[in-house]
Design a protein around this ligand. Structure first.
Ligand SMILES: CC(C)(COP(=O)(O)OP(=O)(O)OC[C@H]1O[C@@H](n2cnc3c(N)ncnc32)[C@H](O)[C@@H]1OP(=O)(O)O)[C@@H](O)C(=O)NCCC(=O)NCCS
Length: 161
C-alpha cells in the first residue's frame, strides 16, 4: 500500500487547524483551476465561527477537505467546497466528507444544506444525488470561466447519517 492509496479505515476526518493550511492551499491549487480560496480566505475560515473546514487525512497526508458555511439567523448551511486528491478518489472519501459536513450542520441545528456545483461536473453531481440532494435551481455564469452552477439542497433529518 502506498501512502496515497490508503485503506478507507485509516482515513480520519477532523476539523482543520492552522497546521493544515499549506496542504489545503496545495490541494486547492491541484484540484481547482479557478474560483480558488486565497491563503487569506483560508486563514479566515479556519478561525471563523461561521465556517468549518474539515480535512481527511491518512498517514500524515491530506487526502481531502470540505468547507461548510453557516450564517447566524439561518437554518440553511452551505457546503462551499469539497475536494479529494486525484490519487485517493473513488474510495468514499468525498462521500465521508459530505456526510461529516452534514453532521456538523445538524449539530448547528441547521434544517437543510445547500451547494452549487458546476454543470459539467457530473461526478460530483452523482455523489450529491447519491446522498439525497435534489436540484433546486441553477445560476448561469456563476463560475469565473462562465460555467453555470447547478444548485442542490438536502433537508437534514435528525437521524440520517
Ligand atoms: C467530487 C470529488 C470530491 C469526489 O471525491 P471522491 O473521494 O472520489 O468521492 P467518492 O469516492 O465518495 O465517490 C467517487 C466515486 O467512487 C465510487 N466509490 C466510492 N467508494 C468506493 C469503493 N470503496 N469502491 C469502489 N468505488 C467507490 C463512488 O460510487 C463514486 O462513483 P461515481 O463517480 O461513478 O459516482 C472528487 O472527484 C474531486 O475532488 N473532484 C474535483 C473537485 C470537485 O469537483 N469538487 C466538487 C465541487 S462541487
Amino acid at each position: 500500500m502506498t501512502s496515497t492509496h490508503p485503506d478507507k479505515d485509516t482515513v480520519r476526518i477532523r476539523r482543520a487547524v492552522r497546521g493544515d493550511l499549506a496542504e489545503l492551499i496545495a490541494l486547492e491549487n491541484r484540484v481547482f483551476s479557478g474560483d480558488r480560496l486565497s491563503a487569506r480566505q483560508w486563514n479566515r475560515h479556519l478561525a471563523s465561527d461561521t465556517a468549518r473546514v474539515l480535512v481527511a487525512r491518512s498517514h500524515g497526508m491530506l487526502l481531502g477537505a470540505s468547507v461548510v458555511f453557516f450564517r447566524s439567523n439561518s437554518s440553511i448551511a452551505r457546503l462551499y467546497s469539497l475536494a479529494t486528491v486525484p490519487e485517493a478518489r473513488g474510495r468514499g472519501i468525498g462521500e465521508r466528507l459530505v456526510a461529516a459536513s452534514e453532521q456538523l450542520a445538524r449539530r448547528r441545528h441547521c434544517r437543510s444544506i445547500r451547494l452549487e456545483v458546476r454543470r459539467d461536473n457530473s461526478s460530483a453531481q452523482r455523489l450529491y444525488e447519491r446522498r439525497g440532494y435534489l436540484r433546486i435551481g441553477e445560476r448561469p455564469r456563476y463560475y469565473e470561466d462562465g460555467e453555470t452552477a447547478l444548485r442542490y439542497g438536502k433537508v437534514l433529518s435528525r437521524t440520517q447519517r
